[in-house]
Ligand binder design. Structure first.
Ligand code: ATP
Ligand code: MG
Length: 212
């Protein structure tokens, strides 16, 4: 399916979503509102290149949780592109694929501050910045000074369009949620209720590896 109009804006929220939590949803909603995004596409990673030595939960479980978390939002959609593409999930490949599908749309790639600080280690960062506008969402605990330096450097060196968005920054991480779940602690108000129920029903995160 392709879309031919020129003035439409697509947000893309990539992540491992193991599990999806309110930090992801708040970031996506803040970006949607600020940049008048017509849709925000959540793209769960198939095989995360930056987490190779960790045990990542089966893609279909992560996808199911993202579907549950976004079902009630009329502008949030979920894409299987990375899950269905074999090999490591590189953002640049996803952006190329979505550019071809969403012809004429402007792509806004939404990312947390921690992730963007690693941008130099991603595959073809220059091409990523050419294909989309980057929306950087604050996250508690990241180095604001380093972020500012990085954004300035990228703008200077590549002329990239990078927006740093002030949004309610929630100190929630999937890693911490996996730990909590493994300890039988509550996930209430950290993930949507449906996601909490799904985790319990499928006994996810009963054991958490020391590294994850
Ligand atoms: P993990 O602890 O397993 O790394 P995570 O909570 O960082 O999980 P990811 O799936 O790795 O979640 O993140 C997907 C995207 O969402 C990244 O761009 C990340 O920076 C961003 N993100 C994650 N949590 C938050 C948060 N609390 N606030 C803002 N952005 C977030
Ligand atoms: Mg992360």
């Amino acid at each position: 399916m392709s879309h031919e109009r020129r003035d439409r804006r697509l947000g893309i929220m990539g992540g491992t979503f193991d599990p999806v939590h309110l930090g992801h949803l708040v970031a996506a909603e803040a970006a949607r509102e600020e940049y008048a995004l017509e849709r925000v596409l959540f793209v769960p990673t198939g095989s995360p290149p930056h987490k190779p030595d960790q045990t990542v939960t089966e893609a279909e479980h992560r996808l199911a949780m993202v579907l549950l978390a976004t079902a009630g939002h009329p502008h949030f959609l979920v894409s299987r592109v990375e899950i269905d593409r074999p090999g490591p999930s590189y953002t640049v490949d996803t952006l190329r694929q979505l550019t071809a599908t969403y012809l004429g749309w402007e792509l806004y790639f939404i990312t947390g501050a921690d992730a963007v600080l690693e941008l130099d280690t991603w595959k073809e960062p220059g091409e990523i910045l050419r294909l989309c506008r980057l929306v950087v969402v604050g996250r508690p605990g990241y180095d604001q000074h380093r972020l500012r330096e990085m954004v300035d450097r990228l703008r200077r060196d590549t002329g990239a369009c990078i927006n740093v968005l002030a949004s309610p920054a929630l100190a929630i991480s999937s890693r911490e949620l996996r730990r909590r779940a493994a300890q039988g602690r509550s996930l209430r108000y950290l993930v949507p209720r449906e996601v909490e129920d799904y985790i319990l029903k499928h006994c996810l995160y009963q054991r958490v590896a020391a590294t994850s």
